[in-house]
Design a protein around this ligand. Structure first.
Ligand SMILES: [Zn+2]
Length: 271
C-alpha cells in the first residue's frame, strides 16, 4: 500500500535539493576549471635551442655582437633560473616516450638542445648542467666532427664518447650549408639525403635529428622516416611542442645572446 510522506519530510527533501544541487554544480565547475588550468600547459613542452656558449672574456673580446654565442654567466643564469623554478630536464628518449604516450609529463620540465657541436658542450655546458643534475642534447654536424682536432672549435669524435650529461645526435653530416638563399637540404636529391644520413651514422646515433637552420622538406622527412628516426626538430618556431605535432617537425624556441631572461620566462610559461 502506497504511503503518503509526511508534510515535514517533503519540505526537508525540498530544502536538501535546494542545497545539494548548487553544491554539485559548484564542485563540477571548480573541477572543470582546475582541469583546464592544470592541463593547459601540461600537454605541451618547451624545447629550448641554444648554440655556442663561451667564457665571458671570450664573449667580450671575440663575439660581442654574435647572437649565436652566449656568455657562460648568461647561460648559468638561465640554468639557475630553471632550477630555482623547479624545472627538471628530459633527454631525447624521455621526450620520445612522452610523444608516444608512454610517459606522463610533470608540470615543469624542459628539453635543452644545443646545435652545431661546439666544444663548449663538453667544456662549459656539460659541467654546468651536471651541477644542477640536468641533461642536455647536442646535435653535431658529422663532417665538422670528423675534421676536428685539438685546436678546433668543434667536438671531435673522441669527445662524443662521454654522454653522461650531454647526449649527441644528428645535425646531418654535411647539409649544414646554404647559399643564394637555397638550403643544402633542398639542393640534395633523395639519394644524397640517404647517403648523408648513412655518413652521419658513422659519427653518431641518428635516432634524433635537428635540421640545419631548422629547415626541412618532404623529401628529408621521408628519408628520416624510412630510416626509423624517432624525432626531428625545426627551429625558430618559438612555440611549445605538443603531442599532436608531426614527430619530424617538432618546434623549438630559439634562445640566443639577445634573448632576455623575461623572454625566456615567457617561453616557458606560454600556452
Ligand atoms: Zn646549426
Amino acid at each position: 500500500m502506497k504511503t503518503i510522506p509526511a508534510r515535514k519530510n517533503i519540505l526537508d527533501r525540498y530544502r536538501n535539493k535546494r542545497v545539494i544541487l548548487p553544491i554539485i554544480i559548484s564542485v563540477y565547475l571548480i573541477a572543470t576549471l582546475f582541469h583546464i588550468c592544470f592541463t593547459r600547459n601540461n600537454d605541451k613542452i618547451a624545447i629550448l635551442g641554444f648554440h655556442n656558449v663561451v667564457r665571458d672574456e671570450v664573449k667580450q673580446q671575440e663575439y660581442p655582437y654574435n647572437m649565436w654565442v652566449e656568455s657562460e654567466s648568461m647561460f648559468r643564469e638561465r640554468i639557475a633560473y630553471l632550477y630555482e623554478q623547479g624545472y627538471t630536464t628530459w633527454t631525447m628518449q624521455e621526450l620520445y616516450e612522452w610523444k608516444c604516450g608512454k610517459r606522463e609529463k610533470p608540470e615543469k620540465v624542459v628539453v635543452l638542445t644545443f646545435d652545431d657541436g661546439y666544444r663548449s658542450s663538453k667544456e662549459i655546458i656539460a659541467p654546468i648542467l651536471k651541477e644542477y643534475g640536468y641533461r642536455g642534447t647536442t646535435f653535431v654536424v658529422g663532417s665538422l666532427v670528423k675534421q676536428a682536432d685539438e685546436a678546433s672549435t668543434y667536438l671531435s669524435k673522441e669527445d662524443l664518447k662521454d654522454q653522461e650529461t650531454v647526449e649527441y645526435y644528428s645535425h646531418t653530416y654535411q647539409l649544414h650549408d646554404h647559399d643564394n638563399h637555397e638550403y643544402a637540404v633542398d639542393r640534395a636529391s633523395k639519394q644524397q639525403l640517404q647517403k648523408d644520413y648513412e655518413q652521419q651514422l658513422t659519427i653518431t646515433d641518428c635516432s634524433f635529428v635537428a635540421y640545419p637552420f631548422g629547415h626541412y622538406n618532404d623529401e628529408i622527412i621521408s628519408v628520416l622516416e624510412e630510416n626509423s628516426v624517432k624525432l626531428a626538430f625545426g627551429y625558430h618556431e618559438n612555440r611549445k611542442a605538443s603531442k599532436t605535432d608531426h614527430a619530424f617537425a617538432l618546434p623549438r624556441f630559439s634562445v640566443n645572446a639577445y634573448t632576455t631572461m623575461d623572454t625566456m620566462k615567457a617561453m616557458l610559461e606560454s600556452d
